[in-house]
Design a protein around this ligand. Structure first.
Ligand code: NAP
Length: 342
């Protein structure tokens, strides 16, 4: 059957993203299902992939994007518990758990870079590379779960020190990851602080239940505000800024608090030895995280179903306007996720 896909052709850059029509088998191989894609959601990683800045192992010709939701339209042999008509979303990691894959090669088993992604009308995926999502979600909403949702779940609840009610969580900006942090941290009874560059977004963030918004342009040393609000510093920081925001994050963390290094969206900066000394004297933990496996996605699905959480979507584009969706992602003007209808 015919399958329209976006592929990055000729050279890196959004302008080289072109629609090509290919054929895809209508009978999936053993252990796999064929999914009609209904929606794809974008992550900053997809932009870095298109710009050729994410991973030097990625070569041209790939289908971008890791996150989709759609309907199973054919089921291969040896697939249990999935049937035609089930609504599913992709998993970021495309390897079974537990697996014999070495840590260093599991990073190449992810959609939308070293493996073809999901910005296409149909996709064949292994049964262990998808999950059934809660039926209170639209496909657009469910497509936001695999990367931004799962890494947030990982950083809040599935590492060695789960978030507790009354803890304070700080997040950088109001993009896709932060929109999940806002909702999941609130569901756990935590206090949320958003560090935003945008005055315009402040009211909207408050209406979404954010407890405090600190404008980083007005308060470049925003750690002082965090310490003032909390009295002792934040328990946990979801660090999506990178080296440009890490120094403030270190000063904003309480003694024995934890910083999860998730992304690098801000302009780069440098850490001085004074900050490093502060970190070691205060026993601050800094830990990197890359999304999370399917088992975390299953737990997040359950949490979203039981709490009827609806992801925050800023804007949805048509398939034909996928390039515009990536440009909008680059603008940083969004509050929440950006999706594409397929
Ligand atoms: N490790 C992982 O598993 C993982 C998973 C998902 C994402 N990430 C990474 O996390 C980062 C954020 O991802 P995302 O999907 O949430 O991105 P996003 O949706 O593109 O986030 C955009 C938001 O970040 C803020 N922002 C944009 N440019 C900024 C700048 N120069 N300095 C400070 N803030 C800026 C803006 O919020 P305001 O307007 O409020 O300032 C903007 O709305 C990216 O680096 C991404 O690659 C990592």
């Amino acid at each position: 059957m015919k399958n329209r896909c976006y592929r990055l052709l000729d050279k890196f850059g959004i302008d080289n993203l072109k629609v090509v029509t290919e054929t895809i088998p209508d009978v999936p191989p053993s252990g796999h299902v064929l999914v009609k894609t209904h929606a794809v959601s974008l992550n900053y990683r997809d932009l870095l992939m298109l710009d050729g800045k994410y991973d030097p192992r990625v070569s041209l010709g790939f289908i971008p994007c890791s996150d989709m939701a759609g309907e199973i339209i054919a089921v291969g042999e040896n697939v249990a518990e999935l049937e035609i008509g089930d609504m599913v979303n992709s998993c970021f990691y495309q390897w079974p758990e537990p697996s014999g894959l070495e840590e260093k090669i599991r990073f190449t088993h992810t959609l939308g870079g070293t493996m073809d992604g999901v910005l296409c009308e149909y996709k064949i995926l292994p049964h262990w590379g998808i999950t059934k999502y809660s039926n209170h979600l639209t496909p657009q909403e469910a497509s936001t779960i695999p990367c931004a949702g799962v890494v947030t779940w990982h950083a809040l609840f599935d590492d060695h020190r789960p978030l507790a009610a009354g803890d304070t969580v700080v997040m950088i900006g109001s993009g896709g990851v932060s929109s999940y942090v806002i909702q999941l941290a609130k569901a756990a009874g935590a206090i949320t602080i958003v560090i935003s560059r945008s005055k315009e977004k402040e009211e909207k963030l408050k209406s979404l239940g954010v407890d405090h918004v600190i404008n980083s342009l007005e308060h470049p040393e925003w750690s002082k505000q965090v310490v003032e609000i909390t009295g002792r510093g934040a328990d946990r920081i979801i660090e999506t800024g990178g080296s440009g925001t890490l120094e403030q994050s270190i000063y904003a963390t309480r003694a024995n608090g934890i910083i999860y290094l998730i992304g690098v969206i801000a302009e780069p900066g440098q850490l001085c030895d004074k900050t490093i000394k502060r970190m070691l004297m205060y026993g601050v933990t800094v830990k990197g995280l890359l999304v999370g496996h399917r088992s975390l996605q299953l737990k997040l699905n359950r949490c979203m179903r039981n709490n009827k959480i609806k992801p925050i979507i800023d804007k949805t584009f048509d398939f034909e306007n996928a390039n515009k969706a990536f440009e909008y992602l680059r603008s940083g003007n969004q509050l929440g996720k950006i999706t594409i209808n397929i």
